[in-house]
Design a protein around this ligand. Sequence first.
Ligand code: SME
Length: 169
Amino acid sequence: MYEFRIEAADKAELYRQLVEAAEALTAGEPDAIANMANISALLWESLPDLNWAGFYRNVGGELVLGPFQGRAACIRIPFGKGVCGAAAASLEPQLVEDVHAFPGHIACDSASRSELVVPIVEEGELIGVLDLDSPLEARFDPEDLAGCVKLARLLGERLGSVAKAPSGS
Ligand code: SME
């Protein structure tokens, strides 16, 4: 149904196309779970050398697993724990070249070597985090970081009003 052919000569162009596709995929759709599911599929298909791509949601001050692609993962992560928890607690993206050197890294998949986690914030409130894992050391660079920050900004706008809902409201 959706055909996104994301091919680019460089990363800046790759992320430009990714953000454009994410905009089109989420436009007019208020369901946060559906949007996160489609975005994780889009990332999985478009970015090479990943072993996990997806979301953790802020549910009452705890990160809870959201839609993703990859192996089954840890379900709940306290703020401040691991790479995702560090991003949630600081509201700062975490680019980790070697997860084995990151204190408290949570090894959901022992194949993971590097990781990029970007907080999704809307109106000062943490909605969740976007998490990318790779089996390659130093897979992510500042261009991936910049691209994912742009994507997270869009997702904040698109997920903000509804991402808080799945806990029950
Ligand atoms: N490695 C992460 C946990 C989530 S999984 O990678 C999917 C961390 O340390 O936060």
